[in-house]
Design a protein around this ligand. Structure first.
Ligand code: SF4
Ligand code: F3S
Ligand code: ZN
Length: 103
């Protein structure tokens, strides 16, 4: 499962689509965690798609990640600022790849 303490245990290494990326990143096999309020561990995501289907405010968008060992697309928290902390995405992800810091 995604490490809920990732902001302490990882380093911010990049930005993508207006959100932070937390390393380590070594493309294409290792992609890190995308987002902070809504965080998706790209190395765990298997492109199940439940988060995209269920999020009531469309926080997630697909991004292509060719040659990643788990899946060739990932749910990117492109609109994390719109999150209403409903926690549906956290509940439906089959591999616990998502953390929402509802504070
Ligand atoms: Fe969307 Fe709810 Fe997840 Fe926020 S917590 S990203 S609103 S499904
Ligand atoms: Fe990925 Fe989990 Fe969403 S596997 S596509 S983060 S439901
Ligand atoms: Zn991203």
């Amino acid at each position: 499962a995604i490490d809920p303490q990732f902001t302490e245990n990882r380093e911010k290494v990049d930005e993508h689509n207006g959100h932070d990326v937390w390393g380590p990143v070594d493309e294409p096999e290792e992609l890190g965690i995308h987002g902070t309020h809504v965080a998706v561990d790209f190395d765990l995501c298997i492109a199940d798609g439940a988060c995209l289907e269920d999020c009531p405010v469309d926080v997630f968008e697909w991004v292509e990640t060719p040659d990643h060992p788990e899946s060739e697309e990932k749910a990117d928290p492109a609109n994390e600022a719109q999150c209403i902390d409903c926690m549906l995405c956290v509940d439906v992800c089959p591999v616990d790849a998502i953390d929402v810091d509802a504070g």
